[in-house]
Ligand binder design. Structure first.
Ligand code: FMN
Length: 494
C-alpha cells in the first residue's frame, strides 16, 4: 500500500488516486489561440469533456463559480477566457448525458441562502441519481458583493462563521426526511409516514430559515461536500465539514505538508485522520517522450503567457499601464502606483505589498537575466501545478504521490477545451491502472461510492432555544407534529 506514512495522527495512505476535471470557464490558462481551441460556452464542449472524463473513470466533473467578470485596470480582462454558464443548470444537463461521473458545483455561502441552495443541490443529487457535490467557497471580496442586494457585507473572519452556520443548516435540510418517509402503499393512511419529516428553523445574524424541506434524500443520502479556501480558518472549516478539499498545493513536498496540517486539524475537530480527502489543482502536459512533452510545454506556455499576458500580469501588481514596455526586455524600472494592492479585482493576489514585490522581482529577474515574459512564465501559480513528461514518467511520479499519501487524487484543468483530456484518458490513465494506483471501473453508481465515503450520520437538530456555542448556528428543531399537519394540509389542497 504505502512506501511511507509519516503523516502522523494515525493517517493511512490509501495508495490510490482519483481524477476530477475542472472546466474552469474563466481563466488565463486555457489556450484559446490554437487551431484546436473550441468554445468555452457551447454545451458540446462540456459534453465532450464530461464523457471523456467518464471514459477515463474520473470521479468528478467540476465547475467553478465566478460571480463577476474579472477586471483589469477598470475594464473586463479581455485576455482571459470567459464564459461560465450557471453550474447547476450545466450539471443537470450533463447528468442526462453521463451515467457515473460525479457532478460538482462550486457555490458560495456568502451570497446564497442555505435552505434554497440546499434544495437546489438536493435536486441535482436526485436528477443525477446521487452524483452531486457542492464545492463550498466563501468568495472573498466586497467588489463581488457589489453585485448583490446585501453588498459586500462580510469580512473574512465572519465569512467562515457564516459558512459554518450555512452548512449546518443545509445538512439539516438534507437530513430532514427519514429513510422510508414516503409510505408508498395503497393501505397507508397518508402519503408521508407520520413523524418522518422535520422542519428547519433558524433566526440568526445573517439569515433566517423557517422551512419545511421539500425533498427526500438521494441515493447517496446527501451531496458530497468539497471545500476550497486556504486560510487557517478555511482549513479548520474544511476539517470540520468537508469530505474532500480542492487544494492549491500540488507540488509533492507542499502536498505532504498540507496533508499533515489537514490531518492534524481533522483529528483536532474530532474526526478520523482519513476523513478528509485532498485533490489539488493540476495541469498535465504530456507526450510519448519526455522531449515531445517539453516541446509541447514551450508551445503551451507561449500561448498561455504571450506578450500581452506577460505585461497584463505585471500590471496587476504595478497598478498602472505598462503597455509601453517590451515583453522581451527587463522588468519596468517605474514603481507601482499603490504601496499595497489591497484588491486586484477578481485576481488571486490580494494584499500583495506592491512596492516590496516590485523591488524583489526586479532584483530576481536581474540576477537571472530574465525578460518580463521569461520572468512571468516562471512565476504564475501554474508552474507548481504542472506535470510535464512522458506518459510513463508522469505515471511514475503520480504513483509516488499515491504511495506517500500526499493526495487522494488530482483535479485537472485541461489547457485545451474541449479535447484537453483525450491524451490523459488515452495514455496516462492506462499507465496508472497498470501500476495499480487508479480505478479500472467505477466502484458503484454514486459519487459517495466512487470516493469510498461512508454514509454520514444524520444531522440532529438542536432543541429550540438550546445552547449553541458557535454564533449563528442555532438551527432548531420544529416539532414533527407541526410539519406533519402542514404537509397534510397541502396534500388536501392538491
Ligand atoms: C483551489 C481553490 C479554488 C477556488 N475556487 C473558487 C471558485 O471557483 N469561486 C470562488 O468564488 N472562490 C473560489 N476559491 C476561493 C474561495 O472562495 C475563498 O474565498 C478564498 O480562497 C479565500 O478564502 P481563504 O482565505 O480561506 O483562502 C477557490 C480557492 C481555492 C484555494
Amino acid at each position: 500500500m504505502s512506501e511511507n506514512s509519516d503523516i502522523g495522527n494515525g493517517f493511512l495512505p490509501s495508495g490510490q488516486l482519483q481524477f476530477g476535471v475542472f472546466f474552469q470557464g474563466v481563466n488565463s490558462g486555457t489556450v484559446w489561440k490554437a487551431a484546436e481551441s473550441g468554445s468555452q460556452t457551447d454545451f458540446e464542449s462540456f459534453r465532450h469533456l464530461a464523457q471523456t472524463a467518464e471514459r477515463g473513470i474520473f470521479a468528478a466533473f467540476f465547475l467553478g463559480e465566478g460571480l463577476r467578470l474579472r477586471e483589469h485596470l477598470g475594464r473586463p480582462h479581455a485576455l482571459d477566457v470567459a464564459g461560465r454558464p450557471d453550474a447547476q443548470t450545466m450539471l443537470a444537463a450533463l447528468a442526462a448525458v453521463t451515467n457515473k461521473i460525479g457532478l460538482v458545483a462550486t457555490q458560495n455561502t456568502t451570497y446564497n441562502d442555505p435552505a434554497h441552495l440546499a434544495h437546489r443541490l438536493a435536486s441535482l443529487d436526485l436528477v443525477s441519481g446521487g452524483r452531486a457535490a457542492w464545492n463550498i467557497v466563501t468568495t472573498d471580496n466586497a467588489w463581488t458583493g457589489e453585485n448583490f442586494r446585501r453588498g459586500g457585507y462580510l469580512d473574512h473572519a465572519d465569512r467562515y462563521r457564516h459558512a459554518e452556520a450555512f452548512v449546518e443548516t443545509a445538512k439539516l435540510v438534507w437530513d430532514s426526511w427519514d429513510p422510508g418517509a414516503i409510505a408508498g402503499s395503497e393501505t397507508a393512511p397518508a402519503w408521508l409516514r407520520p413523524g418522518s419529516v422535520r422542519s428547519v428553523r433558524h433566526a440568526g445574524q445573517h439569515y433566517t430559515v423557517d422551512y419545511a424541506p421539500r425533498l427526500p434524500a438521494s441515493g447517496q443520502h446527501r451531496p458530497i461536500l468539497f471545500q476550497a479556501g486556504d486560510s487557517p480558518e478555511g482549513r479548520d472549516f474544511a476539517a470540520r465539514q468537508a469530505d474532500i478539499i480542492f487544494s492549491a498545493h500540488p507540488a509533492l513536498e507542499a502536498a505532504l505538508a498540507f496533508r499533515r496540517d489537514i490531518v492534524a486539524r481533522t483529528v483536532n475537530a474530532g474526526r478520523g485522520p482519513n476523513d478528509v480527502q485532498i485533490m489539488p489543482a493540476s495541469e498535465f502536459i504530456l507526450g510519448a517522450t519526455a522531449r515531445e512533452a517539453a516541446e509541447k510545454k514551450e508551445w503551451v506556455r507561449s500561448l498561455q503567457i504571450g506578450p500581452q499576458q506577460a505585461i497584463a500580469y505585471l500590471e496587476q501588481f504595478w497598478g498602472r499601464e505598462l503597455s509601453g514596455y517590451d515583453p522581451d526586455g527587463p522588468l519596468p524600472e517605474i514603481d507601482p502606483v499603490v504601496a499595497e494592492t489591497s484588491e486586484t479585482r477578481g485576481s488571486g493576489f490580494h494584499g500583495a505589498k506592491a512596492r516590496q514585490l516590485a523591488d524583489q522581482w526586479r532584483a530576481e529577474a536581474n540576477d537571472k537575466g530574465l525578460s518580463i515574459r521569461q520572468f512571468v512564465s516562471g512565476r504564475t501559480s501554474r508552474v507548481d501545478a504542472t506535470f510535464t513528461g512522458s506518459y510513463s514518467d508522469v505515471a511514475d511520479t503520480l504513483a509516488r504521490y499515491a504511495a506517500t499519501g500526499a493526495v487522494d487524487g488530482f483535479n485537472i484543468s485541461p489547457w485545451l477545451v474541449p479535447t484537453g483530456l483525450d491524451e490523459i484518458v488515452n495514455h496516462l490513465v492506462p499507465e496508472l491502472q497498470a501500476r495499480g494506483v487508479y480505478p479500472t471501473e467505477y466502484a458503484g453508481s454514486t459519487l459517495r461510492e466512487h470516493l469510498g465515503l461512508p454514509v454520514p450520520r444524520r444531522a440532529q437538530a438542536q432543541p429550540d432555544g438550546g445552547a449553541d456555542a458557535r454564533a449563528d448556528t442555532g438551527a432548531g428543531a420544529d416539532t414533527a407534529a407541526d410539519i406533519r399537519l402542514e404537509l397534510a394540509a397541502r396534500q388536501l389542497q392538491l
